[in-house]
Design a protein around this ligand. Structure first.
Ligand SMILES: O=C(O)CCC(=O)C(=O)O
Length: 331
């Protein structure tokens, strides 16, 4: 999110066409995205966008059971998809970013405001590194063949990496500063179709209810995009951590317990969130939202996403100290 493209225009990815390309080529696309978004194209034929009305595409990767599970529930866990070695490399790179040994272009490094002024190690203060597409080491995650193999089942073969995050959920037993309210990720994405977007979220250590694992409401990917806003929690609320304003609290909820390296793929309409980290450790995860390059931008005016656009403009206006700001894609 952040640019206001023309309706019908294809989104410019963090790295385009990942499926059959080298990491270097993908990174080049990521750089070009910032410098020169390409001219958009008309939306792809409806037959591709909503193949048979299903949430998965024909493939020889998913078993029938796995495919059925995603169709019904909107998420799918693949055990041990990412190696310990890769996770260790991502962890080390995160520490280098925290220590400012590297400063990837465009990456947003978010810190816990309460801890900022205290003398603690930077890696114990940074709770999120977002948009790390210019960081070669972290961006390797988005090019791992074993991840893309699954992504392709949801997006098709032409894959774009749209949004990346490494979350470092800080210990936080009472302040709730890093509780993630229940939300649908599509709220943040002004492109469609939703069924050709998928998140890949990999646990960098075991995650359960103690350290704030993901919680999902199975089957909610079949619902529409709901209005989001700031949750009515006491104390600090994280900027842009919107939650669904009104959802059925009694819907069956699954706490997604995962081991290090396990990866969950989930639909952008699936309602999900995560709790507080009640341990003294740091719960890390690395994730990317992928989309088909056949996806196209929509105009969010008069939709439930309009307020987010306004808030994004306001944040960008303050950041760049501009009196007014109009979000556009440069052609
Ligand atoms: O990692 C988390 O705790 C929450 C992540 C999340 O909700 C998301 O990626 O949309």
């Amino acid at each position: 999110p952040g640019q206001r493209p023309q309706p019908g225009q294809r989104p410019q990815p963090a790295a385009a066409q990942l499926g059959k390309r080298s990491a270097a080529a993908a990174r080049l696309d990521a750089i070009l995205r910032h410098l020169r978004p390409a001219r958009g194209a008309a939306p792809a034929p409806v037959s591709f966008l909503r193949w048979g009305g299903n949430y998965t595409l024909d493939n020889d990767v998913l078993t029938t059971e796995q495919r059925q599970f995603y169709e019904e529930n909107g998420y799918l866990i693949i055990k041990k998809l990412v190696s310990d070695e890769d996770i260790e490399r991502f962890r080390k790179e995160f520490v280098r970013i925290c220590n400012k040994e590297v400063n990837p272009l465009g990456a947003m490094i978010m810190k816990d405001e309460m801890l900022r002024s205290q003398s603690v190690l930077p890696e114990k203060v940074v709770n999120k590194v977002q948009d790390f597409q210019e960081d070669e080491e972290l961006f390797r995650y988005c090019t791992l063949p074993q991840v893309l193999k699954y992504v392709e089942c949801f997006t098709g073969p032409n894959i774009m990496a749209m949004h990346t995050m490494l979350i470092n959920k800080l210990p936080d037993s009472d302040k709730q500063t890093f509780r993630h309210p229940m939300h649908q990720d599509l709220h943040y994405f002004p492109f469609r179709p939703a069924d050709r977007i998928v998140c890949s979220w990999t646990a960098m250590e075991r995650t359960d209810r103690n350290n704030g694992c993901l919680a999902v409401l199975p089957g909610t990917h079949k619902e529409s995009l709901k209005p989001h806003g700031y949750p009515e929690w006491e104390g600090i609320v994280n900027k842009l951590f919107h939650g669904i304003l009104d959802y059925d609290e009694n819907s069956p909820r699954v706490h997604v317990i995962m081991e290090k390296g396990d990866t969950v793929f989930f639909h952008p309409l699936l309602i999900h969130g995560s709790g507080v980290n009640k341990t003294s450790g740091f719960r890390k995860s690395i994730s990317c939202h992928f989309a088909s390059s056949e996806c196209y931008y929509i105009d969010v005016k008069n939709t439930v996403q309009e307020d987010l656009e306004k808030e994004t403009v306001e944040i960008a206006r303050r950041k760049f100290n501009a009196s007014s700001l109009d979000l556009k894609v440069r052609l």
